[in-house]
Design a protein. Structure first.
Length: 453
């Protein structure tokens, strides 16, 4: 029995005494049995429903909605929408009825229907700054809302791209009337940055700095542009200016750390991320990146500390199923510090969730091989081969493992398959195999020599 509390268009879902938020949109509802009645509840009332459902919690945890941003995004969305509707009503523009209808549908939690009305917005033909800005603000709301929609729809990328370009057009209409409008430059720059149009974004962030020379975010964004444009000296300069204005802005420290890593100033990258940890001690991405840097530096014990911190944070937030990359890295670090048993436990946990993870199967097989447990190694190499039957490295490992167990038939079988999968298998490779210790017992075998002579 799941308890669902509806308030301001947001579901507070309680499962196993753990509360977290899920946006009330059809793509989520389709994953949860008998939730249709939720759509009927108005966001202006507080209701508690007991919904009998046998839905697996992983169905909810894996939905492609950015759960952490939902509550504030949707609350701000409806509030800002209401303000803009009032403003548009005074202006008496043609598209006002579209926004009114959409807003009513959103209040009824009928988000997709409301979104269909928003798609009818047209580019304004009259150059009026107030109208252009009001419409532009509506499109930004539309853009933010669309992000919350299910992004595996066939036309998601095309529609999302169109909305972004429309936002830019609307705000450029504003700039034709008022070239110094900060909001327009800011949003256009942000969208160009997101679209990886760094030269275009650079123009608008430079304008923002000119309009507001104490805005640390604009300096940060300009530094990010220069980093992507590989103008690293300018990037360092503007990151430093951003820190001079505000040393507590987390993205400046993390992006500066990334830049230091790119130019191989590894110790400085670590210092930047340590500063980021002080600012955001519960931030998953900060610990995960810091762990990766320590791992790159082969400081595995410090990497383990960071990844263990990530594991605790993920599990406490019920989101650890969304990203296992850090968990796999933690296992690799355990193996490197001589704790293969801990690595094995992690790999098996991952395989329990994702039994066809080829990389993890091979890593686990390698550990058993290194321990001399060839039967266990063969078990997992076989599972890997079921996924990719032409992987030459897996075929070689099976050949080597069976040779160590002195199983001639299996050894020659996998050796022949390995040779067939190697496009450039030459005399040097054959000589190498003949010289390996685990194949010495076959040196006079005619079937073996037929393959390697």
């Amino acid at each position: 029995m799941n308890k669902v509390i509806i308030e301001n268009g947001i579901n507070m879902v309680v499962i196993n005494d753990v509360k977290y938020e899920v946006t009330q949109i059809p793509s989520v509802l389709e994953k949860m049995a008998r939730f249709e009645e939720v759509l009927m509840a108005k966001h202006t009332h507080l209701e508690t429903l007991n919904v009998d459902t046998d839905t697996d919690t992983s169905e909810i945890e894996n939905v492609e909605v950015k759960i952490l941003m939902v509550h504030n995004e949707m609350k701000n969305f409806t509030q800002d929408f209401g303000k803009s509707i009032a403003m548009l009503s005074k202006l008496e523009i043609d598209d006002n009825h579209i926004f009114q209808t959409a807003f009513k549908l959103f209040c009824d939690l009928k988000f997709k229907e409301g979104y269909e009305f928003l798609k009818k917005i047209k580019i304004p033909t009259v150059r009026n700054e107030e109208i252009s800005k009001a419409l532009a603000q509506q499109l930004v709301l539309k853009l933010n809302f669309y992000i919350l929609l299910q992004d595996d729809e066939p036309d998601f990328d095309t529609e999302f791209d169109k909305i972004q370009l429309d936002v830019i057009k609307y705000y450029k209409e504003v700039l034709k009337i008022n070239k110094n409008d900060f909001e327009s430059c800011d949003i256009i720059g942000d969208i160009y940055l997101e679209r990886e149009s760094y030269q275009d974004a650079e123009i608008y962030f430079n304008k923002l700095i000119e309009l507001k020379p104490d805005d640390n975010v604009s300096f940060h964004n300009l530094a990010v542009c220069y980093s992507h444009l590989k103008n690293y000296n300018k990037s360092f300069t503007y990151f430093q200016k951003s820190l001079n204005l505000n040393s507590n802005f987390l993205p400046t420290w993390t992006n500066l750390g990334d830049l230091c890593f790119i130019v191989k100033r590894i110790d400085e990258a670590i210092e930047c991320y340590l500063q980021a940890v002080l600012l955001a001690p519960e931030n998953l991405e900060v610990y995960q990146t810091l762990g990766s840097i320590y791992q790159h530096k082969r400081d595995f014990n410090k990497a383990i500390y960071c990844y263990e911190k990530v594991a605790l944070l993920y599990k406490s937030n019920l989101h650890y199923l969304e990203n296992i990359d850090y968990y796999q890295k933690l296992a690799i670090c355990y193996d490197n510090v001589g704790s293969p048993l801990k690595a094995i436990v992690i790999y098996k946990e991952i395989l329990a969730m994702f039994p066809k993870d080829l990389e993890v199967l091979l890593l686990l097989a390698d550990i058993y091989r290194n321990q001399g447990k060839y039967s266990k190694a063969i078990e997992f190499y076989d599972k890997a081969l079921d996924i990719d039957s032409l992987d030459e490295d897996t075929l070689w490992e099976l050949c080597s493992a069976y040779s160590t167990k002195k199983n001639k038939i299996k050894t020659l079988y996998y050796l022949e398959r390995h040779i067939d999968c190697c496009p450039k298998f030459d005399h040097e490779d054959k000589a190498y195999i003949k010289g390996l210790k685990e194949f010495l017992w076959l040196k006079d075998d005619p079937d073996f020599r037929k393959l390697v002579d």
